[in-house]
Design a protein around this ligand. Structure first.
Ligand SMILES: NC(=O)c1ccc[n+]([C@@H]2O[C@H](COP(=O)([O-])OP(=O)(O)OC[C@H]3O[C@@H](n4cnc5c(N)ncnc54)[C@H](O)[C@@H]3O)[C@@H](O)[C@H]2O)c1
Ligand SMILES: O=C(O)[C@H](O)[C@@H](O)[C@H](O)[C@H](O)CO
Length: 262
């Protein structure tokens, strides 16, 4: 039974894997036996992350590049495939957010979020897919969001990008199923990471709102994502394609409850 989830002999490339959700998903894949290739943007964080992966006993290598720069990404994918080996699993995790009301957000900021959160996965998926096609298949996992389904104040660019990423997932699944590539998404709810640190402070009403809006009654722990990641990276999901698996403590299942209800 467990061989369905066994990733021994597989190699996973996780963008933005130096900390946060990317690191937690990489650790899950490592625990299931996959070799890890992580990308990042900050050399000091990369150094710390590689030490951490080595301490945990995972085979891991790291590369610093910007996923929005197609030429740079192409160069690095070919270096990665030569140095580390072919990529069987791609996790498009790198992402940014800008919190500003639409009327105040600059077009430049809007474009940058779309570039990193939507164009980046498009660039990375195509570059990695060509090798997957030659080798007979692969797995691509796009990290979506509650904002793939819902709006809220301040996050128009992010919601547009993550909603787009959900549809990119479905479209690539459609085009690449014929090559035995499964393209799926994970939609994390609200998780405690550096991205949410500014809204997770005690006393900020948004902090209490998230806890009360989440049926599980808490922020997600990055480790909560490991199981979904291993599932979508493994043989167990070979006939699952174009889906977004929401790991959200139940947020999308409910309309919420009145403030005065316990
Ligand atoms: N934290 C949450 O609650 C939450 C919920 C849903 C979805 N997400 C998504 O999960 C992913 C990871 O989030 P996190 O909370 O760990 O965020 P984070 O800010 O801690 O990490 C983001 C990572 O993306 C990398 N990155 C950013 N821009 C890049 C670029 N141009 N090129 C290459 N790498 C780049 C960073 O180096 C970093 O490693 C993001 O896509 C985020 O939108 C987060
Ligand atoms: O300001 C926000 O609403 C949050 O930062 C997010 O958008 C979350 O990080 C996440 O993506 C929800 O799933």
């Amino acid at each position: 039974m467990m061989e369905l989830f066994d990733l021994k002999g597989k190699r996973a490339l996780i963008t933005g894997g130096t900390h946060g959700l990317g690191m937690a998903m990489a650790e899950g894949l490592g625990r299931a036996g996959a070799g890890l290739v992580i990308t990042g943007t900050t050399p000091s964080k990369m150094e710390k992350a590689l030490e951490h992966y080595a301490r945990c006993g995972y085979e891991a290598s790291g590369y610093i590049f910007d996923v929005t720069d197609e030429e740079e990404a192409r160069k690095y994918i070919s270096v990665i495939e030569k140095e580390a080996g072919p990529v069987d699993i791609l996790v498009n995790n790198a992402g940014i957010i800008k919190r500003e009301m639409a009327l105040d957000m600059t077009v430049e900021d809007f474009r940058r979020v779309i570039e990193v959160d939507l164009v980046g996965p498009f660039i990375m998926s195509r570059l990695v897919a060509s090798g997957m096609i030659e080798r007979g298949g692969g797995k691509i996992i796009n990290i979506c969001s509650m904002m793939s389904e819902l709006g809220r104040d301040n996050v128009s660019a992010y919601a547009a990008a993550k909603g787009g990423l959900k549809m990119l997932t479905r479209n690539l699944a459609t085009e690449w199923a014929r090559y035995n590539i499964q393209v799926n998404g994970i939609g994390p709810g609200y998780f405690a990471t550096s991205q949410t640190a500014p809204i997770r402070v005690k006393g900020n009403p948004f902090n209490d709102f998230i806890v009360s809006r989440t049926p599980a009654g808490r922020w997600g722990d990055p480790e909560d994502l490991a199981g979904a990641t291993v599932f979508l990276a493994s043989k167990a999901s070979d006939f699952v394609n174009g889906q977004v698996l929401y790991v959200d403590g139940g947020i999308l299942a409910t309309i919420g409850k009145p403030l005065n209800e316990p």
